[in-house]
Design a binder for this molecule. Structure first.
Ligand SMILES: [Zn+2]
Ligand SMILES: [Zn+2]
Ligand SMILES: [Zn+2]
Ligand SMILES: [Zn+2]
Length: 387
């Protein structure tokens, strides 16, 4: 269905070799490594640690059980911890602990001497060290880890460069950031980002991961998925891509100021035009836009608002944002979420909400595809409420 290819700007990428229908399973991949991501977890299966966890019989680090199904994933560091007698004491199993951000780097480094096949994948991955090293704190952290691996864990063969590469690979290619575990996949790491991606992950990242198509993908088209939340303000997404993954996105949506005709994250001028950049594209009036921080705050408020709050802020939203703007879309999504739970939903059915719901679906389809998760969810709710 797809093959590996290369592109000047991005390096190795995946390209469809045939037309792929929407909602098709396109890619399944096995993780070469499952890693903790800052919180105490079982070093085998990566389940969050609880009081019921037991110390590994060999190294003493916490495991879910003697019969952990992914115990193999703990083997390499287990040998190192056993030999060096390196152990830590955890005061609170629910809190972040620095060592669980160091162990993932160690696990990647250990492949070098222990697993040729997986190491060749790690070696082929980009680490973006040239960007990462601009942060003095990162340089210090990596130096600290390298010294610790050599002195406290007895790994005299480890070089600073080994740790730099492992750290960079983890930051660039680790999937599952923000949760308690993170995975490195040999094929998935070739998927590049797009703010209107054609693939969506099924479930959440695990030792195995599956991607399906959200829209029709034409033969020759690049396979993409979104590293960030697609339903966010474009400048917020772009800033996140810049700070976490060090790149300027040049996807179709980023290059199109109208975001496929939806003006999803631009405000409308009184004349009917839109404020792309600082000026209205029709009457050339300057400014008139609500600051990004205010829009973000409003989005956060909408996400948790009860029905009474939504009703209070409705007129302000509608006075400032057109129907296909992200803020209005989120407002309508929240309304539909709440109404579907309510017995008296009938009382809220009105023409305006129906029109807003229709615009929401059209907008979601353009931004995220007819088979994206948000579209499928809100189409179902919309039909339940209004049809
Ligand atoms: Zn386990
Ligand atoms: Zn162990
Ligand atoms: Zn983009
Ligand atoms: Zn105007």
């Amino acid at each position: 269905m797809f093959k590996e290819s290369t592109c000047d700007a991005k390096g190795r990428i995946l390209v469809a070799t045939q037309d792929i229908q929407p909602n098709t399973i396109v890619l399944q991949d096995q993780a070469i490594l499952g890693l903790p991501d800052g919180y105490p977890v079982c070093l085998g299966c990566l389940e969050p640690a609880t009081e019921k966890f037991i110390p590994c019989q060999s190294c003493g680090w916490l495991l879910c059980d003697n019969t952990c199904p992914y115990i193999e994933n703990h083997q390499l560091e287990c040998e190192v911890f056993t030999k060096s007698k390196f152990k830590i004491k955890l005061e609170d199993l629910t809190k972040r602990h620095m060592i669980y951000s160091i162990v993932p780097v160690l696990k990647i480094v250990l492949l070098k001497e222990n697993c040729e096949k997986k190491q060749s994948v790690i070696e082929s991955l980009m680490d973006h060290w040239e960007d990462l090293q601009e942060n003095p704190q990162t340089i210090m952290l990596v130096k600290y880890m390298a010294a610790m691996f050599r002195k406290q864990l007895g790994l005299s063969w480890v070089s600073d460069q080994d740790v730099q590469h492992a750290f960079g690979v983890l930051k660039t290619n680790g999937l599952g950031h923000g949760g308690r575990s993170c995975f490195v996949y040999p094929t998935v790491c070739l998927l590049s980002h797009s703010c209107s991606a054609n693939l969506d992950i099924v479930g959440s990242p695990n030792f195995q991961v599956t991607f399906r198509s959200k829209k029709l993908i034409k033969a020759g088209e690049e396979l993409t998925w979104s590293y960030a939340n697609i339903l966010d303000l474009k400048p917020v997404i772009r800033n996140q891509l810049r700070t976490v993954w060090n790149f300027e996105c040049t996807c179709e949506r980023c290059l199109d100021p109208t975001e496929f005709g939806t003006n999803f994250t631009t405000q409308q001028c009184d004349c009917g035009g839109y404020f792309h950049e600082e000026t209205c594209d029709k009457c050339l009036k300057h400014g008139g836009r609500i600051p990004l921080s205010e829009q973000s705050e409003l989005l956060q408020l909408i996400n948790r608002a009860p029905l009474t709050t939504l009703q209070k802020i409705e007129s302000t939203i509608l006075a400032n944002y057109h129907y296909s703007h992200l803020v209005t879309c989120r407002y309508v999504m929240r309304m539909l979420d709440l109404l579907v739970e309510l017995e008296e939903a009938n009382n809220y059915k009105n023409k305006q909400l129906v029109t807003q719901g229709e615009t929401l679906l059209k907008t979601l389809e353009k931004i995220d595809g007819r088979y994206g998760r948000p579209y499928l969810k809100y189409e179902k709710i919309f039909n339940l409420l209004f049809n």
